[in-house]
Write a protein that binds this ligand. Structure first.
Ligand SMILES: Nc1ncnc2c1ncn2[C@@H]1O[C@H](COP(=O)(O)OP(=O)(O)OP(=O)(O)O)[C@@H](O)[C@H]1O
Length: 130
């Protein structure tokens, strides 16, 4: 950790370190969290299909925002799980509530993303066949 006194407006070194630590967090989550891997792969597939179906740019932006929200929520959920495990080593009803509610938040985001995906893709897929 370098000193935060004597700060310049932008320290490229600190910015580089921030990206590095953040990427380590993403890598850790990718390695240990199955849901994150599933959501990431689905996200790539969705964006590829959006290109193939030539979905308008504004709707693609909506997809990117929704996908980013789901993946970001997965990362926060993972951080919360680790924080709970750090503090609580035994069964605790409050730990259960924290983990379950955080998982519920991911679920809500994923559900919202699925609804948005259906609203964008279903009419196009329907038009392809009928
Ligand atoms: N210390 C605890 N006390 C009580 N219940 C717990 C505790 N730790 C985990 N649980 C329960 O087990 C569930 C799974 O917790 P765990 O930490 O294993 O998450 P996980 O299986 O890794 O979840 P995910 O697959 O989303 O990463 C929690 O949602 C919670 O209901």
């Amino acid at each position: 950790m370098d000193s935060k006194n004597n700060q310049t407006f932008v320290s490229w070194n600190r910015l580089k370190k921030s990206f590095f630590y953040a990427s380590q967090g993403v890598r850790h989550t990718w390695k240990y969290e199955q849901n994150f891997r599933i959501h990431s792969v689905i996200s790539v597939v969705i964006m590829v299909v959006a290109q193939l179906l030539t979905i308008p740019f504004t709707e693609q932006i909506i997809l990117v925002v929704v996908i980013g929200a789901v993946l970001g929520m997965e990362l926060i959920n993972t951080a919360l799980e680790h924080m709970v495990d750090l503090v609580v080593q035994t069964y605790d009803e409050r730990a259960k509530i924290i983990k379950d509610v955080a998982a519920g938040a991911v679920f809500m985001f994923a559900l919202t993303a699925a609804v948005v995906g259906c609203m964008i893709f279903l009419p196009r897929i329907y038009n392809l066949f009928f």
